[in-house]
Design a protein around this ligand. Sequence first.
Ligand code: SF4
Ligand code: SF4
Length: 416
Amino acid sequence: MEYVKLINCMRCGMCLPQCPTYKETFLETASPRGRVALMRKIEEGDLEVSERLLEYLSLCLDCQACASACPCGVNAGEMVAGYRCERRDGKELSTMENLILRRLLPHPDRLEAATAPMRLYQRTGLQKVVRKLGILKMFPPTLERMEGLLPELPVKPLRQTIDEVTPAVGPERGTIGFFLGCVMSLVFSEASYATVKLLSSLGYRVVTPKAQKCCGAPNMLSGDREGLLDAARFNVDLFAGHRLDFIVTDCGGCGAELKKYGHHLEDDSRAATFSAQVRDITQVLALHADELKAKLNPLSLKVTYHDPCHIAHCQGIRQEPRTLLRIVPELDFRELPEADACCGSGGTYNIEKPEMSDRVLRRKVENIKATGADVLVTANPGCLLQLRKALAQETPPIRVLHVTEVLAASLLPPLL
Ligand code: SF4
Ligand code: SF4
Protein backbone atom coordinates (compact mmCIF):
# COMPACT_ATOMS: atom_id res chain seq x y z
CA MET A 1 0.00 0.00 0.00
CA GLU A 2 1.42 3.39 -0.98
CA TYR A 3 1.23 5.38 2.26
CA VAL A 4 1.16 8.68 0.37
CA LYS A 5 -2.16 7.70 -1.21
CA LEU A 6 -3.65 7.18 2.25
CA ILE A 7 -2.53 10.52 3.64
CA ASN A 8 -3.98 12.38 0.65
CA CYS A 9 -7.42 12.07 2.25
CA MET A 10 -8.26 15.40 3.91
CA ARG A 11 -11.44 13.94 5.46
CA CYS A 12 -13.75 16.43 3.74
CA GLY A 13 -16.55 13.85 3.36
CA MET A 14 -17.46 14.77 -0.21
CA CYS A 15 -17.31 11.08 -1.14
CA LEU A 16 -19.85 10.01 1.49
CA PRO A 17 -23.11 10.83 -0.36
CA GLN A 18 -21.81 8.94 -3.41
CA CYS A 19 -20.88 5.73 -1.62
CA PRO A 20 -23.63 3.07 -1.94
CA THR A 21 -22.71 1.25 1.27
CA TYR A 22 -22.62 4.50 3.26
CA LYS A 23 -25.98 5.57 1.82
CA GLU A 24 -27.48 2.33 3.09
CA THR A 25 -25.87 2.27 6.55
CA PHE A 26 -24.77 5.82 7.43
CA LEU A 27 -21.80 4.15 9.14
CA GLU A 28 -18.41 5.81 8.91
CA THR A 29 -16.77 2.38 8.71
CA ALA A 30 -18.85 1.66 5.58
CA SER A 31 -17.76 4.89 3.90
CA PRO A 32 -14.76 5.66 1.65
CA ARG A 33 -13.36 8.09 4.25
CA GLY A 34 -13.74 5.45 6.97
CA ARG A 35 -12.10 2.75 4.84
CA VAL A 36 -9.14 4.98 4.05
CA ALA A 37 -8.82 5.82 7.76
CA LEU A 38 -8.88 2.12 8.68
CA MET A 39 -6.19 1.25 6.12
CA ARG A 40 -4.09 4.18 7.31
CA LYS A 41 -4.33 2.99 10.91
CA ILE A 42 -3.26 -0.51 9.84
CA GLU A 43 -0.36 0.93 7.85
CA GLU A 44 0.75 3.05 10.81
CA GLY A 45 0.60 0.01 13.10
CA ASP A 46 -2.15 1.48 15.31
CA LEU A 47 -4.74 -1.13 14.39
CA GLU A 48 -4.58 -4.91 14.38
CA VAL A 49 -6.09 -6.70 11.42
CA SER A 50 -9.15 -8.53 12.73
CA GLU A 51 -12.01 -10.42 11.10
CA ARG A 52 -14.36 -7.53 11.91
CA LEU A 53 -12.07 -5.01 10.29
CA LEU A 54 -11.72 -7.17 7.17
CA GLU A 55 -15.50 -7.45 7.06
CA TYR A 56 -15.79 -3.64 6.99
CA LEU A 57 -13.35 -3.49 4.11
CA SER A 58 -14.93 -6.38 2.23
CA LEU A 59 -18.27 -4.55 2.19
CA CYS A 60 -16.77 -2.15 -0.36
CA LEU A 61 -18.22 -2.75 -3.84
CA ASP A 62 -15.12 -1.37 -5.60
CA CYS A 63 -17.53 0.78 -7.59
CA GLN A 64 -15.16 3.78 -7.43
CA ALA A 65 -17.96 6.33 -7.11
CA CYS A 66 -15.81 7.77 -4.32
CA ALA A 67 -12.95 8.38 -6.76
CA SER A 68 -15.25 10.37 -9.06
CA ALA A 69 -16.29 12.55 -6.11
CA CYS A 70 -12.94 13.06 -4.37
CA PRO A 71 -11.24 16.43 -4.93
CA CYS A 72 -7.89 14.98 -3.79
CA GLY A 73 -7.74 12.07 -6.22
CA VAL A 74 -8.18 9.47 -3.49
CA ASN A 75 -9.59 6.19 -4.79
CA ALA A 76 -10.77 4.23 -1.73
CA GLY A 77 -12.23 1.39 -3.82
CA GLU A 78 -8.97 0.79 -5.67
CA MET A 79 -7.03 0.95 -2.41
CA VAL A 80 -9.27 -1.64 -0.77
CA ALA A 81 -8.84 -3.92 -3.82
CA GLY A 82 -5.06 -3.36 -3.69
CA TYR A 83 -5.05 -4.14 0.02
CA ARG A 84 -6.81 -7.47 -0.67
CA CYS A 85 -4.11 -8.27 -3.26
CA GLU A 86 -1.33 -7.46 -0.80
CA ARG A 87 -2.83 -9.72 1.86
CA ARG A 88 -3.09 -12.51 -0.69
CA ASP A 89 0.51 -12.10 -2.03
CA GLY A 90 2.53 -15.27 -1.58
CA LYS A 91 -0.44 -17.22 -0.20
CA GLU A 92 -1.70 -20.31 -1.99
CA LEU A 93 -5.07 -20.13 -3.75
CA SER A 94 -7.77 -22.35 -2.28
CA THR A 95 -8.74 -25.42 -4.33
CA MET A 96 -11.89 -23.70 -5.60
CA GLU A 97 -10.06 -20.45 -6.44
CA ASN A 98 -7.37 -22.43 -8.22
CA LEU A 99 -10.00 -24.30 -10.24
CA ILE A 100 -11.87 -21.16 -11.29
CA LEU A 101 -9.08 -18.59 -11.61
CA ARG A 102 -6.29 -20.74 -13.04
CA ARG A 103 -7.88 -23.83 -14.61
CA LEU A 104 -11.12 -22.46 -16.05
CA LEU A 105 -11.00 -18.73 -16.78
CA PRO A 106 -7.73 -18.65 -18.75
CA HIS A 107 -9.02 -21.41 -21.06
CA PRO A 108 -12.07 -20.28 -23.07
CA ASP A 109 -12.66 -23.77 -24.45
CA ARG A 110 -12.83 -25.24 -20.92
CA LEU A 111 -15.06 -22.40 -19.76
CA GLU A 112 -17.43 -23.02 -22.64
CA ALA A 113 -17.46 -26.77 -21.92
CA ALA A 114 -18.18 -26.05 -18.25
CA THR A 115 -21.26 -23.99 -19.14
CA ALA A 116 -22.61 -26.60 -21.58
CA PRO A 117 -24.58 -28.43 -18.82
CA MET A 118 -26.32 -25.13 -17.98
CA ARG A 119 -27.47 -24.83 -21.60
CA LEU A 120 -28.80 -28.38 -21.41
CA TYR A 121 -30.48 -27.60 -18.08
CA GLN A 122 -32.37 -24.75 -19.75
CA ARG A 123 -33.10 -26.37 -23.10
CA THR A 124 -34.51 -29.60 -21.66
CA GLY A 125 -36.97 -27.58 -19.55
CA LEU A 126 -35.36 -28.85 -16.34
CA GLN A 127 -34.78 -25.28 -15.16
CA LYS A 128 -38.52 -24.51 -15.28
CA VAL A 129 -39.33 -27.66 -13.29
CA VAL A 130 -36.61 -26.98 -10.70
CA ARG A 131 -37.80 -23.39 -10.24
CA LYS A 132 -41.48 -24.33 -10.09
CA LEU A 133 -40.91 -27.01 -7.46
CA GLY A 134 -38.50 -24.85 -5.47
CA ILE A 135 -35.98 -27.70 -5.42
CA LEU A 136 -33.05 -25.34 -4.91
CA LYS A 137 -34.40 -24.36 -1.49
CA MET A 138 -33.00 -27.69 -0.29
CA PHE A 139 -29.45 -26.53 -1.16
CA PRO A 140 -27.25 -23.75 0.28
CA PRO A 141 -28.84 -20.31 -0.46
CA THR A 142 -25.82 -19.32 -2.58
CA LEU A 143 -26.70 -21.93 -5.18
CA GLU A 144 -30.28 -20.68 -5.49
CA ARG A 145 -29.01 -17.13 -5.81
CA MET A 146 -26.55 -18.03 -8.55
CA GLU A 147 -29.17 -20.02 -10.42
CA GLY A 148 -31.61 -17.13 -10.13
CA LEU A 149 -29.17 -14.83 -11.92
CA LEU A 150 -28.82 -17.18 -14.87
CA PRO A 151 -30.56 -15.67 -17.92
CA GLU A 152 -31.50 -17.67 -20.98
CA LEU A 153 -28.21 -18.70 -22.55
CA PRO A 154 -27.60 -18.50 -26.30
CA VAL A 155 -27.35 -21.76 -28.26
CA LYS A 156 -23.58 -21.23 -28.66
CA PRO A 157 -21.06 -18.75 -27.24
CA LEU A 158 -20.15 -16.00 -29.73
CA ARG A 159 -16.49 -17.11 -29.77
CA GLN A 160 -17.63 -20.31 -31.48
CA THR A 161 -19.82 -18.66 -34.09
CA ILE A 162 -18.17 -15.35 -35.00
CA ASP A 163 -15.68 -15.28 -37.88
CA GLU A 164 -12.11 -14.47 -36.94
CA VAL A 165 -12.26 -11.65 -39.51
CA THR A 166 -15.48 -9.75 -40.24
CA PRO A 167 -14.97 -7.61 -43.37
CA ALA A 168 -15.91 -3.93 -43.51
CA VAL A 169 -19.13 -3.03 -45.30
CA GLY A 170 -18.20 -0.54 -48.04
CA PRO A 171 -14.85 1.31 -48.12
CA GLU A 172 -12.60 0.18 -45.27
CA ARG A 173 -11.74 2.96 -42.77
CA GLY A 174 -9.62 0.87 -40.38
CA THR A 175 -9.16 -2.37 -38.46
CA ILE A 176 -10.49 -3.09 -35.01
CA GLY A 177 -9.46 -5.91 -32.68
CA PHE A 178 -12.51 -7.16 -30.80
CA PHE A 179 -12.05 -8.29 -27.21
CA LEU A 180 -14.88 -10.73 -26.55
CA GLY A 181 -15.00 -10.95 -22.74
CA CYS A 182 -16.04 -14.24 -21.09
CA VAL A 183 -19.56 -13.35 -19.95
CA MET A 184 -20.44 -11.33 -23.05
CA SER A 185 -19.48 -14.26 -25.30
CA LEU A 186 -21.07 -16.93 -23.12
CA VAL A 187 -24.25 -15.16 -22.08
CA PHE A 188 -24.82 -11.96 -24.09
CA SER A 189 -23.64 -13.16 -27.49
CA GLU A 190 -26.44 -11.29 -29.29
CA ALA A 191 -25.25 -7.94 -27.94
CA SER A 192 -21.66 -8.71 -28.93
CA TYR A 193 -22.72 -9.93 -32.37
CA ALA A 194 -24.45 -6.55 -32.74
CA THR A 195 -21.21 -4.83 -31.66
CA VAL A 196 -19.21 -6.52 -34.42
CA LYS A 197 -21.88 -5.88 -37.06
CA LEU A 198 -22.28 -2.22 -36.09
CA LEU A 199 -18.53 -1.72 -36.44
CA SER A 200 -18.40 -3.47 -39.81
CA SER A 201 -21.42 -1.48 -41.04
CA LEU A 202 -19.43 1.69 -40.25
CA GLY A 203 -16.54 0.52 -42.45
CA TYR A 204 -14.32 -1.24 -39.91
CA ARG A 205 -12.72 -4.61 -40.55
CA VAL A 206 -13.11 -6.48 -37.25
CA VAL A 207 -10.54 -9.06 -36.12
CA THR A 208 -11.65 -11.32 -33.25
CA PRO A 209 -8.68 -13.45 -32.16
CA LYS A 210 -10.25 -16.68 -30.94
CA ALA A 211 -7.39 -17.60 -28.60
CA GLN A 212 -7.95 -14.54 -26.37
CA LYS A 213 -8.23 -15.13 -22.64
CA CYS A 214 -10.22 -13.61 -19.81
CA CYS A 215 -9.05 -10.03 -19.16
CA GLY A 216 -7.89 -10.96 -15.63
CA ALA A 217 -10.41 -8.80 -13.75
CA PRO A 218 -11.73 -11.78 -11.71
CA ASN A 219 -8.12 -12.54 -10.68
CA MET A 220 -7.68 -8.95 -9.56
CA LEU A 221 -10.95 -9.07 -7.62
CA SER A 222 -9.79 -12.21 -5.82
CA GLY A 223 -6.35 -10.79 -5.09
CA ASP A 224 -4.63 -13.16 -7.56
CA ARG A 225 -2.08 -10.80 -9.07
CA GLU A 226 -0.04 -13.55 -10.69
CA GLY A 227 -3.09 -14.81 -12.61
CA LEU A 228 -3.90 -11.25 -13.69
CA LEU A 229 -0.38 -10.68 -15.03
CA ASP A 230 -0.43 -14.01 -16.93
CA ALA A 231 -3.70 -12.97 -18.61
CA ALA A 232 -2.35 -9.51 -19.45
CA ARG A 233 0.89 -10.87 -20.98
CA PHE A 234 -1.00 -13.38 -23.09
CA ASN A 235 -3.55 -10.89 -24.46
CA VAL A 236 -0.92 -8.23 -25.18
CA ASP A 237 1.10 -10.81 -27.17
CA LEU A 238 -1.95 -12.00 -29.06
CA PHE A 239 -3.25 -8.58 -30.14
CA ALA A 240 0.27 -7.30 -30.92
CA GLY A 241 0.26 -9.78 -33.81
CA HIS A 242 -2.34 -7.64 -35.66
CA ARG A 243 -2.15 -4.12 -37.07
CA LEU A 244 -5.04 -2.41 -35.28
CA ASP A 245 -6.49 1.09 -34.97
CA PHE A 246 -8.47 0.27 -31.83
CA ILE A 247 -9.09 -2.65 -29.51
CA VAL A 248 -12.81 -2.57 -28.74
CA THR A 249 -14.82 -4.22 -26.02
CA ASP A 250 -18.51 -4.01 -25.14
CA CYS A 251 -17.87 -5.15 -21.57
CA GLY A 252 -17.27 -2.29 -19.12
CA GLY A 253 -15.38 -4.52 -16.66
CA CYS A 254 -13.03 -5.85 -19.34
CA GLY A 255 -12.46 -2.35 -20.75
CA ALA A 256 -11.46 -0.97 -17.35
CA GLU A 257 -8.99 -3.83 -16.80
CA LEU A 258 -7.54 -3.80 -20.34
CA LYS A 259 -6.84 -0.08 -19.98
CA LYS A 260 -4.66 -0.92 -16.96
CA TYR A 261 -2.42 -3.46 -18.73
CA GLY A 262 0.16 -0.73 -19.40
CA HIS A 263 0.30 -0.09 -15.65
CA HIS A 264 0.37 -3.78 -14.71
CA LEU A 265 3.17 -4.60 -17.18
CA GLU A 266 5.36 -1.54 -16.81
CA ASP A 267 8.39 -3.29 -18.31
CA ASP A 268 6.60 -4.15 -21.59
CA SER A 269 6.08 -1.12 -23.87
CA ARG A 270 3.61 -3.15 -25.97
CA ALA A 271 1.27 -3.26 -22.95
CA ALA A 272 1.13 0.56 -22.86
CA THR A 273 0.38 0.58 -26.61
CA PHE A 274 -2.30 -2.07 -26.08
CA SER A 275 -3.99 -0.06 -23.31
CA ALA A 276 -3.85 3.15 -25.34
CA GLN A 277 -5.74 1.40 -28.15
CA VAL A 278 -8.56 0.10 -25.92
CA ARG A 279 -11.98 1.71 -26.39
CA ASP A 280 -15.41 0.94 -25.08
CA ILE A 281 -17.76 0.27 -28.02
CA THR A 282 -19.75 3.42 -27.23
CA GLN A 283 -16.61 5.55 -27.65
CA VAL A 284 -16.04 4.30 -31.20
CA LEU A 285 -19.70 4.39 -32.25
CA ALA A 286 -20.11 7.92 -30.88
CA LEU A 287 -17.25 9.07 -33.15
CA HIS A 288 -19.55 8.24 -36.06
CA ALA A 289 -22.85 9.33 -34.50
CA ASP A 290 -23.97 11.40 -37.51
CA GLU A 291 -23.23 8.63 -39.96
CA LEU A 292 -24.94 6.09 -37.74
CA LYS A 293 -27.99 8.32 -37.25
CA ALA A 294 -28.62 8.30 -41.00
CA LYS A 295 -28.89 4.50 -40.91
CA LEU A 296 -31.37 4.28 -38.01
CA ASN A 297 -35.06 3.47 -38.06
CA PRO A 298 -37.55 4.90 -35.54
CA LEU A 299 -37.88 2.95 -32.30
CA SER A 300 -40.85 4.01 -30.24
CA LEU A 301 -39.49 3.18 -26.77
CA LYS A 302 -39.21 4.91 -23.42
CA VAL A 303 -35.60 4.33 -22.44
CA THR A 304 -33.38 5.12 -19.50
CA TYR A 305 -29.67 4.42 -19.02
CA HIS A 306 -27.78 2.98 -16.03
CA ASP A 307 -24.08 3.95 -15.97
CA PRO A 308 -22.00 0.85 -15.12
CA CYS A 309 -19.35 1.73 -12.51
CA HIS A 310 -16.60 0.30 -14.71
CA ILE A 311 -17.64 2.59 -17.54
CA ALA A 312 -18.59 5.84 -15.76
CA HIS A 313 -16.27 5.86 -12.73
CA CYS A 314 -13.37 3.72 -13.95
CA GLN A 315 -13.23 4.94 -17.57
CA GLY A 316 -14.97 8.32 -17.34
CA ILE A 317 -17.40 7.46 -20.15
CA ARG A 318 -20.79 9.10 -19.58
CA GLN A 319 -21.82 11.09 -22.63
CA GLU A 320 -21.19 8.58 -25.42
CA PRO A 321 -23.92 6.05 -24.51
CA ARG A 322 -26.43 8.89 -24.07
CA THR A 323 -25.44 10.42 -27.41
CA LEU A 324 -26.04 7.07 -29.10
CA LEU A 325 -29.45 6.56 -27.52
CA ARG A 326 -30.52 10.11 -28.37
CA ILE A 327 -29.81 9.66 -32.10
CA VAL A 328 -32.38 6.86 -32.39
CA PRO A 329 -35.48 8.43 -34.02
CA GLU A 330 -38.59 8.53 -31.81
CA LEU A 331 -36.73 7.04 -28.84
CA ASP A 332 -37.88 8.83 -25.68
CA PHE A 333 -34.74 9.08 -23.51
CA ARG A 334 -35.31 9.73 -19.81
CA GLU A 335 -32.42 10.50 -17.46
CA LEU A 336 -32.20 8.14 -14.51
CA PRO A 337 -31.86 9.61 -11.00
CA GLU A 338 -28.53 8.49 -9.47
CA ALA A 339 -27.71 6.93 -12.86
CA ASP A 340 -24.06 6.31 -11.96
CA ALA A 341 -24.79 4.67 -8.58
CA CYS A 342 -23.82 1.00 -8.41
CA CYS A 343 -26.55 -1.61 -9.01
CA GLY A 344 -25.07 -3.95 -6.38
CA SER A 345 -23.66 -6.48 -8.82
CA GLY A 346 -19.93 -5.88 -8.17
CA GLY A 347 -18.47 -9.00 -9.80
CA THR A 348 -19.35 -11.75 -7.32
CA TYR A 349 -20.45 -9.26 -4.63
CA ASN A 350 -24.12 -10.08 -5.21
CA ILE A 351 -23.34 -13.71 -4.30
CA GLU A 352 -20.91 -13.01 -1.45
CA LYS A 353 -22.74 -10.08 0.19
CA PRO A 354 -26.38 -10.74 -0.72
CA GLU A 355 -27.90 -8.52 1.95
CA MET A 356 -26.02 -5.33 1.04
CA SER A 357 -26.25 -6.12 -2.67
CA ASP A 358 -30.06 -6.37 -2.40
CA ARG A 359 -30.29 -3.08 -0.50
CA VAL A 360 -28.24 -1.27 -3.13
CA LEU A 361 -30.22 -2.92 -5.93
CA ARG A 362 -33.59 -1.95 -4.42
CA ARG A 363 -32.66 1.73 -4.54
CA LYS A 364 -31.61 1.36 -8.19
CA VAL A 365 -34.86 -0.40 -9.11
CA GLU A 366 -36.97 2.33 -7.44
CA ASN A 367 -35.09 4.99 -9.40
CA ILE A 368 -35.59 3.10 -12.67
CA LYS A 369 -39.32 2.72 -12.01
CA ALA A 370 -39.61 6.44 -11.29
CA THR A 371 -38.53 7.25 -14.87
CA GLY A 372 -41.52 5.37 -16.35
CA ALA A 373 -39.17 3.77 -18.89
CA ASP A 374 -40.08 0.46 -20.47
CA VAL A 375 -36.47 -0.33 -21.36
CA LEU A 376 -33.38 0.01 -19.18
CA VAL A 377 -30.17 0.21 -21.19
CA THR A 378 -26.71 -0.46 -19.84
CA ALA A 379 -23.34 -1.67 -21.13
CA ASN A 380 -21.78 -4.18 -18.75
CA PRO A 381 -22.58 -7.88 -18.28
CA GLY A 382 -22.65 -7.75 -14.46
CA CYS A 383 -25.27 -4.98 -14.55
CA LEU A 384 -27.21 -6.78 -17.28
CA LEU A 385 -27.41 -9.95 -15.16
CA GLN A 386 -28.30 -8.15 -11.95
CA LEU A 387 -30.88 -5.80 -13.46
CA ARG A 388 -32.47 -8.30 -15.84
CA LYS A 389 -33.32 -10.52 -12.91
CA ALA A 390 -34.63 -7.68 -10.75
CA LEU A 391 -36.63 -5.87 -13.45
CA ALA A 392 -38.21 -9.07 -14.82
CA GLN A 393 -40.02 -9.29 -11.48
CA GLU A 394 -41.65 -5.86 -11.85
CA THR A 395 -45.21 -5.39 -13.09
CA PRO A 396 -45.11 -4.76 -15.98
CA PRO A 397 -41.58 -6.17 -16.45
CA ILE A 398 -38.95 -3.68 -17.65
CA ARG A 399 -36.69 -4.97 -20.45
CA VAL A 400 -32.93 -4.67 -20.01
CA LEU A 401 -30.76 -4.28 -23.11
CA HIS A 402 -27.17 -3.50 -24.00
CA VAL A 403 -26.64 -0.23 -25.94
CA THR A 404 -25.62 -2.20 -29.03
CA GLU A 405 -28.84 -4.24 -28.95
CA VAL A 406 -30.90 -1.04 -29.11
CA LEU A 407 -28.85 0.32 -32.00
CA ALA A 408 -28.93 -3.02 -33.84
CA ALA A 409 -32.73 -3.14 -33.49
CA SER A 410 -32.95 0.33 -34.99
CA LEU A 411 -30.45 -0.19 -37.81
CA LEU A 412 -31.73 -0.51 -41.38
CA PRO A 413 -31.95 -3.40 -42.21
CA PRO A 414 -32.26 -4.67 -38.58
CA LEU A 415 -29.26 -6.68 -37.43
CA LEU A 416 -30.95 -8.89 -34.85
S1 SF4 B 1 -11.57 10.25 0.23
FE1 SF4 B 1 -11.51 12.24 -0.82
S2 SF4 B 1 -13.65 12.96 -0.79
FE2 SF4 B 1 -13.49 11.31 0.73
S3 SF4 B 1 -13.05 12.34 2.66
FE3 SF4 B 1 -11.06 11.79 1.77
S4 SF4 B 1 -10.45 13.59 0.59
FE4 SF4 B 1 -12.63 13.85 1.01
S1 SF4 C 1 -15.60 1.90 -4.07
FE1 SF4 C 1 -17.82 2.30 -3.88
S2 SF4 C 1 -18.44 1.09 -2.08
FE2 SF4 C 1 -16.19 1.24 -2.01
S3 SF4 C 1 -15.78 3.03 -0.74
FE3 SF4 C 1 -15.83 3.77 -2.86
S4 SF4 C 1 -17.94 4.44 -3.22
FE4 SF4 C 1 -17.95 3.17 -1.35
